[in-house]
Design a binder for this molecule. Sequence first.
Ligand code: GLP
Length: 236
Amino acid sequence: MKFITVKSYEELSNKAADIIAAQVIVKPNCVLGLATGSSPVGAYKRLIEDNKNGKIDFSAVTTVNLDEYVGLDGSNDQSYRYFMNDNLFNHINIDKAKTFVPSGLAADLKAEGEAYDEMIKDFGGIDLQLLGIGVDGHIGFNEPDKYFTAATHEVKLDESTIKANARFFNNEDEVPKTAITMGMMSIMQAKKVLLVANGANKKEIVEKAFFGPIDPMVPASILQLHPDLTVIFSEN
Ligand code: GLP
């Protein structure tokens, strides 16, 4: 594991963007695993600039996102599909048909999960997976549990996650109670993993996840088993 501590969110965003840009430059038709949340937004902004300046070309890139709220349509501004369009895809030269987010509207979420994992396998897996981390240690929406879950699956969100994500909604009651998330298999099979964590409120969980035991109650701790993991942390 490469654990990089930086002094500001700007530095974190630039370092993360450098790594993602390098991936796209060396493999223009790569598969990027992407994340939502506030932590990756600065890196997405830098990548938009890089694309506008002609430094990187997304035309051959495929993206697979980690998760989506159950019941939210892509046109809902709280959905993760909307977030990705708004924070990245609408501003770069990517083919939207090659951007994938699991559907939270699927009638059969188990089948949707299986199809999502199968699709990732057919792409040849993920070249670079970008992750944030929840205050409870979740990655994607893999919440603390007795066991790690391998497949893309439906998940009941923790109270702490609902509270943390309520800031994006009008009130806590509007936050969906369930989501669909990529499981640990597709994440851990990614060739490279890049996790960005920002803010003093993430310090404790980051220490637990990367310097404590591997424990399904701290979902991100499984990443310690990944052969090519970079963590970038900024307390500010
Ligand atoms: C959400 C997402 C996660 C993300 C987490 C942290 O719950 N499902 O993928 O890592 O938020 O978000 P933030 O970066 O805003 O703290």
